[in-house]
Ligand binder design. Structure first.
Ligand code: PLP
Length: 393
């Protein structure tokens, strides 16, 4: 249905790795090429018409991002990805956390929302705590309630795990955390392309995502934070653009968002991201979700019929992506044979080693869908998977 918008696809390629990174639709490619061809300049510094225009486009992109998640423009910081957005927040916390404080994350977090907090706690002497999941892949809310204490300073959780594919009840955690005076960071790297996000309704304190997982370019990500919370974050990097006055004696810093965006920003990438968000908006969330649900349901139905399949979590609770193993066959072997049939899936620990340890696994196969996938892709994949299994059994 939407495949024709994505020039990479020919008759052969079956791309089932959108959770790692999505393919790019023509409007995004055209926007970026046109910017580099006709409109390129650095931003914020020049007085020439080209620089003013590029600055306007970069700042318009910030507005588009803000509108996309119902935030205020002043609450949007451009980063190079979700990882950098989370590190920006974690580096601030590393400076203010004290011994006795606690940070709480889930066992299913991507390393990008796990390691920065572990390191911030190590640096500051705070305690790094982890709450569990149930075997079906949902959060263990009893464990969460037990582990959130009066010492907790921050909860960092994903809107959707990149392995389990469960859309998590973040609002429930946010409400509970806020009642206890605890701030919440939501890692929306996966959930951003599955449903509309309204940060005001969600009431998260911080939210992070990457452009490349929602049909935008690499090298651009977003940190949203409530204005009063952003004001508290110390500069993450130092250099050009983020200063007010510099002298030999001292430096004062610029207002937000510049204070947290040191150096030349990813200009074309921000404009490309804005185009990707426009693309999704123009299709509309209703259509995006209806299409996604239809193809994913077809995928799960087919997989459930397969012999020797072992899902990570309950397949009926997932959307958009599914991870599994076939008993007795290493996922690397299966993926190699799938690749020979032009089918791209992902194998490994998917940057979620603690989660794989919970399931007593070292690796799994992950199939993840994008707007461009259709039922025919699923059928081709299932035939290719059966062929690959047949090779070993
Ligand atoms: N969080 C989740 C849930 C992810 O799936 C990923 C990437 O796969 C990230 C964070 C990190 O995103 P990036 O590598 O674009 O910074």
């Amino acid at each position: 249905m939407f495949k024709e918008d994505f020039p990479i696809f020919d008759d052969q390629l079956i791309y089932l790795d959108s959770a790692a990174s999505s393919q790019k639709p023509k409007p995004v490619l055209d926007t970026m090429l046109s910017f580099y061809t006709h409109q390129y300049s650095n931003v914020h510094r020049g007085t020439c018409a080209l620089a003013s225009r590029a600055t306007q486009m970069y700042e318009d992109a910030r507005q588009t991002v803000a509108d996309f998640i119902s935030a205020d423009k002043k609450e949007i910081i451009f980063t190079k990805g979700a990882t950098e957005a989370i590190n920006l927040v974690a580096s601030g916390y590393a400076q203010t956390l004290k011994t006795g404080d606690e940070v709480l994350v889930c066992i299913s977090e991507h390393h990008a929302n796990f390691v920065p907090w572990q390191q911030a706690c190590l640096k500051s002497g705070a305690t790094f705590k982890v709450f569990g999941i149930l075997p079906d892949g949902t959060w263990d809310m009893d464990d969460f309630n037990k582990k959130l204490t009066t010492k907790t300073k921050l909860v960092a959780i994903a809107g959707m795990s990149n392995v389990l594919g469960v859309l998590n009840p973040v609002k429930e955690i946010i409400n509970f955390a806020h009642k206890n005076g605890v701030k919440v960071l939501v890692d929306s790297a996966q959930s951003i392309c599955h449903s509309a996000i309204d940060v005001k309704k969600m009431d998260c304190d911080y939210l992070a995502f990457s452009g490349h997982k929602i049909y935008g370019p690499t090298g651009i990500g977003v940190l949203y934070a409530k204005k009063e919370v952003l004001e508290q974050l110390p500069p993450y990097q130092f250099g050009g653009d983020m200063i007010d006055i510099v002298s030999v004696e001292k430096t004062t810093f610029a207002q937000l968002p510049a204070r947290l965006e040191a150096g030349t920003p990813p200009i074309a990438e921000a404009i490309g991201l804005s185009s990707a968000l426009d693309y999704v908006q123009q299709i509309g969330w209703d259509k995006v979700q209806a299409h996604g649900k239809c193809v994913f349901t077809h995928l799960i139905q087919q997989l459930k019929e397969m012999k020797d399949i072992q899902f990570l979590g309950n397949p009926d609770l997932k959307s958009g992506l599914v991870s599994f193993n076939i008993n007795g066959i290493h996922p690397n072997d299966l993926s190699m044979i799938l690749s020979k049939q032009n089918v791209c899936v992902r194998v490994g620990h998917h940057c979620a080693m603690p989660l794989h340890q919970f399931f007593n696994l070292s690796a799994s196969i992950r199939v993840s869908l994008g707007l461009y996938n259709n039922e025919q892709d699923v059928d081709t994949f299932v035939v290719a998977l059966k062929k690959a299994i047949g090779f070993f059994k």
